[in-house]
Each structure stands twice: as structure tokens, then as C-alpha cells.
Design a protein around this ligand. Sequence first.
Ligand code: DGL
Length: 275
Amino acid sequence: MAGMHPIGIFDSGYGGLTVFRSIAAQMPGYDYIYLGDNGRAPYGNRSFETVYEYTLQCVRWFFDQGCPLVIIACNTASAKSLRTIQQNDLPGLAPDNRVLGVIRPTAEVIGTYTRTGSVGILGTRGTVNSRSYEIEISKFFPNVKVHPLACPIWVPLVEYGEYDTPGADFFVKKYIDELMAAAPDLDTVLLACTHYPLLLNAIKRHLPPNVSVVAQGDIVARSLQQYLERHNDMKDRLTTNGTMRFFTTDDTRDFDKHGAAFFGKAIHSEFVHLT
Ligand code: DGL
């Protein structure tokens, strides 16, 4: 990829494609590379050290492909590794490159969606246990009450293409009922996992009609656009041939088959072996 300087978009698997879809729609023309670490997904129940190690390895790979800017389109990886990578690794690795996540841009706006001031946050165990959303949201909206709930079964259901089945419906209802019992006053539910938009229909079906569901794709895309407006130095480094390449650390046929549902159109992936 000589001469190319794409924006890198990373997720443990397919979920980041829901973010990439919004980014590509809002910012066409840039070159993009997507990497799904499907071979090691899901990350959600893994330790801090493991998620950090995997994510750093993927970030290095993006840098080797010529990406000056990497978006960690995974809440779990953002929660568990982003700060360490930004503060400890980046200065030695590539001080002019940037790695951005999905939690902060979401925390910056989520308070504008709620009237009751009560928001449910659905995420993986890793994201919820990190308390990243409570911490970040309290900086921007100190009066908003945050109700986090881990839904550990949801990512495996989605990764294996079981998002529109009675089994998925059962596990969606289970967690939605738990959330509403704990916080009956909430009027907004944030899908704080980039896999969950695939369960949107089932989630809406089991929530009371007055509760709105917020997915992160458009929020992250808008925030990236604003970031590049503020950082012309970075914008000028990115190449703009309108290319998109997809990489996975697992079977490319599976990736193409399942990934299309997340991305909204057909994709052709390439296998990458991370060393
Ligand atoms: N898409 C990832 C997220 O946003 C899910 C992670 C996983 O468990 O691999 O958290």
C-alpha cells in the first residue's frame, strides 16, 4: 500500500463495521482499511492485559500499513487499552500518529438525548466493569444518571449470525427486562457495543415505546469529521482515493458473509496473520 495513508478502523470482529458504515457515508473519499480480529473475538470477557496486548498488536499493524489515524471502533478495546496506548505506547511508536476511541465522543453528546436524565448503557462485561462511561459522562453531564448493564451473551450471538432468531430474542428480553426493572425512569438506552445495532429490532421490541435507542455509528462519524476539521495537519496526511479494504484474522468467506449485514453492502475481505 505504498503511498497510501488510509484511516484505520479496528474492532475485535464485525461490530466496528457498523461504525465504519456511518463514517464511510458521512466522509466518502478517504482511503480506509478495516481490521476485524475475528480469530480472537470476542474481547468482551477477556482480561485487561489480553485486550491491551491484542489491540496494541492491531494498532501496530495499522501503522505498518501506513495509517496515520486509527479509530478503535470497539468499546471494549477503547475501555481497556486506549488510554495506555495513547499515553505509553504512541510516543515511542509513532508520536505523530493518532489513535481515537468511541467512548469519549459518545459521552460528549449522550446527555442531549435524555429528558428524564436517566440513561441505560448496554455493553460487554469489559466495558461495564471498566466504568469508563460513568467516568466520562459525569465530566460532560454531571446530573445524568447512568445505569450500566453487561449483556455478555449478545456479542457471541451476533458474531455467529444468530441475531434474528428466537434464541437471540430470549436473551435480548432477559437483559432489557433486567435494565428496566433496575431503572424504570430511563428514557434513553445507549448501545455501548458496536455489535449491538444488529439486535436493534429485538431491543426495540422489548423496550417500552417511550424509550429511545442510541447507536454510536453516526455519533463517532460526526466526531471524526469535527476532529479532522480541527486538525488540518492530520487531514493533509490522509490520502483520498476513495478505496476501502477489509482484513480479518479469521476465515474471509465467513467475514464476507456476516460482515455484509453489519456494513450494509457486500464486502470482500483479505486474510491477515498478525505476528
Ligand atoms: N464491538 C465490541 C464492543 O464495542 C465487542 C466486543 C467483543 O466482545 O469482542 O465492545
